[in-house]
Design a protein around this ligand. Structure first.
Ligand code: SF4
Ligand code: SF4
Length: 297
């Protein structure tokens, strides 16, 4: 059996025994615990597109600002597919940890909600559907495992309000699984594709400008209502980003193209080249005239 997986980031080593959704774990985390905040002092938190949306709204800043001030880029695989992690200080502490706990707790990222459970989306060969798998992460600094409370994995997910995150992360995670499943057959994506992936996944502001630009509207056959919704709603834009990535990177065509869009683009390019050529001839002519004037004076 061949399996493909994309790991939701976990903060450290984990006990690699698969937990079923109804499996019970012994764990509790609360403000009075002796290790309070210890996990956030060594944070290695990879962010999903929905994490970024929630966090930038929590902070009241744009996605571009959030990426610039609160994240660091990294490569998610050997082909350089770009990921982003929460920025930490030099000692590894998350930028959002305070003495009272997490400053963005209401909108904390998926990985923070799951901890100490690790989550993977897996795809088995010949199985069209990906499936979630869970693992228990046990680290010495985390004393929550010694607390006297048992809880089922699914109940823990409910307690941490993970379901919405999982729903909104799922299609994007499926892209990663698809990329891995394709293996070397699709080769290393071009730098342009990698930049496109970054913009569609993480930088909603830049992606919005891209979608609302005339050149995009000239290529895709989408109704006005679509443009109105993505202009106003981040979530609609984020979900559209995954659709567009699927179409552009994997040829999964769900967004109608305008007929003659390619021809029109080629025509525009031809016109542009023609204009550049004319400008160049004009410049050359003026230079020659100037040289003649200089020679005669
Ligand atoms: S976002 Fe909050 S919960 Fe997550 S590592 Fe940072 S401080 Fe801790
Ligand atoms: S119990 Fe674990 S998750 Fe909770 S604060 Fe302590 S180290 Fe962090």
């Amino acid at each position: 059996m061949v399996s493909e997986k994309f790991d939701i980031p976990v903060k450290s080593s984990f006990v690699p025994a698969v937990l079923q959704p109804n499996a019970r774990i012994k764990f509790s985390c609360h403000q009075g615990i002796s290790c309070f905040n210890a996990c956030c002092q060594h944070a290695d938190i990879q962010l999903t597109p929905y994490d970024i949306l929630r966090l930038k709204d929590n902070l009241g800043i744009s996605a571009t600002e959030f990426l610039k001030n609160h994240t660091v880029p990294f490569e998610m695989d050997k082909d350089g597919v770009p990921g982003v992690k929460l920025r930490t200080d030099n000692g590894g502490a998350c930028g959002f940890v305070t003495d009272q706990g997490c400053r963005v707790y209401k909108d904390r990222p998926t990985a923070c909600r799951y901890y100490p459970i690790g989550h993977m989306l897996m795809k088995r060969a010949n199985d069209p559907e990906e499936e979630s798998q869970y693992f228990l992460i046990q680290e010495d600094h985390c004393k929550g495992h010694a607390e006297n409370r048992e809880i089922a994995v699914d109940d823990y997910r409910n307690e941490q309000e993970i379901e919405r995150y999982d729903q909104l992360n799922r299609e994007w995670l499926q892209l990663m699984v698809k990329k891995r499943s394709a293996g070397p057959t699709i080769g290393r994506p071009s730098d342009t594709s990698l930049q496109f992936f970054f913009m569609c996944s993480y930088d909603l502001d830049r992606f919005r400008r891209f979608v609302l630009a005339d050149s995009f509207k000239a290529s895709y056959d989408l109704p006005d209502a679509f443009y109105e919704s993505v202009e106003k709603e981040d979530l609609a834009l984020l979900q559209f980003g995954v659709r567009l990535l699927n179409q552009v990177l994997f040829g999964d065509v769900t967004i109608p193209l305008k007929t003659n869009a390619l021809e029109r683009r080629l025509e525009q390019r031809r016109e542009l080249l023609e204009l550049r050529k004319k400008a160049e001839i004009e410049r050359h002519k003026r230079k020659q005239e100037q040289q003649m004037k200089d020679a005669l004076s």
